[in-house]
Design a protein around this ligand. Sequence first.
Ligand code: 5CA
Length: 441
Amino acid sequence: MRLSRFFMPILKENPKEAEIVSHRLMLRAGMIKQNSSGIYTWLPLGKRVLDKVNAIIREEQNRSGAVELLMPTLQSAELWQESGRYDAYGKEMLRIKDRQDRPMLYGPTNEEMITDVFRSYVKSYKDLPLNLYHIQLKFRDEIRPRFGTMRSREFLMKDAYSFDLDRESAEHAYNRMFAAYLRTFSRMGLRAIPMRADTGPIGGNLSHEFIILAETGESEVFCHKDFLNFDIPDVDTNFDDVAGLRGIFDKWTSLYAATSEMHDADAFDAIPEGERLSARGIEVGHIFYFGTKYSEPLGAKVQGPDGKEHPVHMGSYGIGPTRLVPAIIEASHDENGIIWPKAVAPFEAIIINMKAGDAGCDGACEQIYTALRNAGVDALYDDTDDRAGTKFATADLIGAPLQIIAGPRSVANGEVEVKDRKTGARETLTVEAAIARVTAN
Ligand code: 5CA
């Protein structure tokens, strides 16, 4: 992508409304624009990161055996009246009427709707287990939307819903998502710690929040320090291995970890002092097992091996992609801007032409840009006629992992500089070696 043809409205001034660093950097880098309170446009740079986050989520959901569909954002109130949540959900639910005066709502979550999909088609235990998910916009009329897309009113959610014949198999479904979540967040360069959590309006009695430690997090959390060193399930994890997945769940729940709502001060104090971690955190995912809470009132039943009908056991599993993007920034930035982990970087590299219009610089940059593009490397080429200083600042701000800097003096020797955004390390390389260095990264 040539910067001159891209749309990346960089802000020079620090936006006053931004209280935390990720919000400030997302606005400054031209990733998001607020349209109204808690409602955002994802500008092209932000959209690129969001797409990468979603791609990782999708890969790990699919790997674990979940199947993707897409449900609508607008829901009819009837289903919610059937489950009894229409009145219970309160003011966070945006209620609307269509032209026939029928009550509708902008879905804050989809338990009812997916249960309706399920009951329409699935009648036998032989079709289980089943886990259906989508990545879709939600709306919650939060009292205090804040911190940009960290807590917004309209936000993206990956929500998965599992269906099983009994509690035991539903626990396996829960463990599948548990392991998939550990892998998902780790691939984004994050260490998420599963913590016992309050189930709120979703319900049930088994639930874990996946928390990223960050000073600016909204939750107060308490856990054992060893969580920072636990192994992440590897890529060939067998998601059908019931005992193996239970082993992962048992290991990751063997030590104390809870959010403030579930905190047990005595249990925490029993941890040796040097191993206690009391911190703030960001909830990036939340999983629930709630048994037959929705399947009973909505009549989602399957015939079991005993020939009798059983309400299905369900769980739901959420991840917030539009929250994950700022969470990654909170975990990975410096005073100059964002430092993207490669897996979610909007561009893998940025080519900085220090003197656009200079034949040598233009030639070297074009050569590098073309070679990278042909090698399938997604690079941003800063071909604008801004001053070199402005270009350096922009490159640091938007945080591509590698910068290739072409100035008249080095280009005259057939060389460019490659800078690692994270370490700041610089290497002077021939044009060919620079291309090889970026391609191999
Ligand atoms: N139906 C269940 C699981 S599918 C559910 O709604 N769970 S939730 O309420 O915990 O939300 C799931 C995830 O969505 C959260 O872990 C969080 O990452 C994200 N999320 C929730 N509210 C917001 C919000 N206001 N802004 C941004 N992300 C949010």
